[in-house]
Design a protein around this ligand. Structure first.
Ligand SMILES: Cc1cc2nc3c(=O)[nH]c(=O)nc-3n(C[C@H](O)[C@H](O)[C@H](O)COP(=O)(O)OP(=O)(O)OC[C@H]3O[C@@H](n4cnc5c(N)ncnc54)[C@H](O)[C@@H]3O)c2cc1C
Length: 374
């Protein structure tokens, strides 16, 4: 089939790689001119790490990211509470979770795209699409180019243009009332798995994400409306938010300055109501199921979508009606579980519900996403 993948993020690149490997003629179109990933670390939950390994990236992630078996949990004074270890589901001799710097993962994936000679069109997007199972997709691009494709895969993220064009009835992304902070630090040699500090109201953690780096994560509740912050204000606000952890995190708090890589991002949620396809076009990843990062599994879901799509096309060929039906059967429930469970943990954090109740739901969520997806 001739396939357009719209969006060169994690899900779009995964789809392009898998579909090209399966012998299809794939084109990738990405809106940004420079095609770079911003951000610090990406948590590789069991779900996300396994999906990336299934894509063939195990060696690269082991070398350039950081893999480990779990997290040590402390209170805000630094008293050890417990260690939570994950089950090894990828291989007996390979840990099941970890983290990686987003730009590093982007480089690994984009190299694979280039190695496979997938044509990549940067700085362009879809302006019009007519899509039907009978006639395929007639696509007009913002550049003026016009093409016909048998299948269009939309992986253009949480604010998906393709979703707006194909599914104008769907609600816009919903602000969740929380913002995510990530700060990057040099990794001390003794941080070799996750390390989390929790108070009754907040948790802060470190995740090793490269041989030399780690990042700190924390979630801020900003319930009423989205607050954008100027980059120069971020170090000062981060220090304020971390105050209650000063007894145990003082050296890190003191070291935060204008040079510290800091990401602050208000969080949106999307869960498309009903099918993820219209005509001969299918949406995957954040375009249809953007989750908050409480389970560290949004990127993994997008990669799983790509792998399952390629597998279902192998099975049913260009019978897209069948492909989409089976794809939805395999993907909807799992994506819904992650989006809803993550959303519920966030809601409990905003409502100030007990750390015990939140930890129990988190543990249930992690256990569920460890289950196989293929
Ligand atoms: C703050 C934060 C922290 C997160 N942390 C984690 C984590 O630790 N672990 C995890 O697994 N997940 C995490 N996620 C979720 C994860 O980032 C997403 O689920 C994942 O990036 C989804 O991939 P995607 O390809 O669907 O979308 P994206 O990664 O958003 O990629 C979309 C791509 O499409 C391009 N694009 C956009 N519009 C157009 C257009 N009109 N035409 C063409 N191209 C377009 C964009 O430039 C981009 O390249 C986090 C999300 C957030 C917001």
């Amino acid at each position: 089939m001739k396939i357009l993948v719209l969006g060169g993020g994690i899900g779009g690149m995964a789809a392009a790689i898998k579909l090209k490997q399966a012998g299809h003629a794939v084109e990738l179109v990405e809106k940004s001119e420079d095609w770079k990933a911003l951000g610090t670390g990406l948590t590789l939950s069991v779900l996300t790490l396994r999906a990336l390994c299934d894509l063939g990236l195990q060696d690269e992630i082991a070398a350039q990211g950081f893999v480990h078996d779990g997290v040590d949990i402390y209170d805000q004074q630094g008293n050890f509470i417990r260690t939570v270890l994950s089950k090894r589901v990828i291989a007996d001799d390979f840990p099941s979770e970890g983290a990686i710097l987003r730009p590093v993962l982007h480089d690994i994936l984009s190299k694979k795209v280039q190695e496979q000679d997938i044509p990549v069109f940067l700085g362009d997007s879809v302006s019009e699409i007519r899509s039907s199972l009978e006639h395929g997709n007639f696509v007009k691009f913002e550049s003026g180019r016009e093409q016909h494709y048998d299948l269009v895969v939309g992986a253009d993220g949480v604010f998906s243009k393709l979703r707006q064009l194909l599914m104008p009835e769907q609600a816009a992304p919903e602000y969740t009332g929380q913002a995510c902070w990530r700060l990057q630090f040099d990794r001390p040699a003794d941080i070799v798995r996750g390390r989390m500090f929790q108070s009754e109201t907040m948790k802060v953690g470190f995740n090793p994400c490269s041989p030399t780096q780690m990042y700190m994560y924390m979630m801020e509740c900003v319930p009423k409306e989205k607050v954008w912050r100027e980059p120069e204000d971020l170090p000062r606000i981060a220090k304020l938010l971390l105050q209650e952890f000063e007894p145990v995190l003082k050296p890190y708090i003191d070291s935060i300055n204008a040079e510290t890589p800091i990401i602050y991002r208000p969080l949106e949620r999307v869960m498309v109501n009903g099918d993820w396809h219209r005509g001969a076009a299918l949406l995957i990843g954040d375009a249809v199921h953007a989750t908050t990062p409480h389970l560290g599994s949004g990127a993994g879901l997008a990669v799983e979508d790509a792998i399952v799509l390629s597998q279902v096309i192998d099975q049913f060929g260009n019978n897209l009606e069948k492909v989409f039906t089976v794809f939805m059967q395999k993907r909807l429930e799992r994506a819904l579980f992650v989006v809803e469970t993550s959303g519920e943990i966030g809601r409990m954090e905003i409502a100030g519900e007990s750390m015990m109740a939140r930890s129990m739901l988190l543990a249930k969520g992690f256990e569920q996403v460890t289950t196989a997806y293929l």
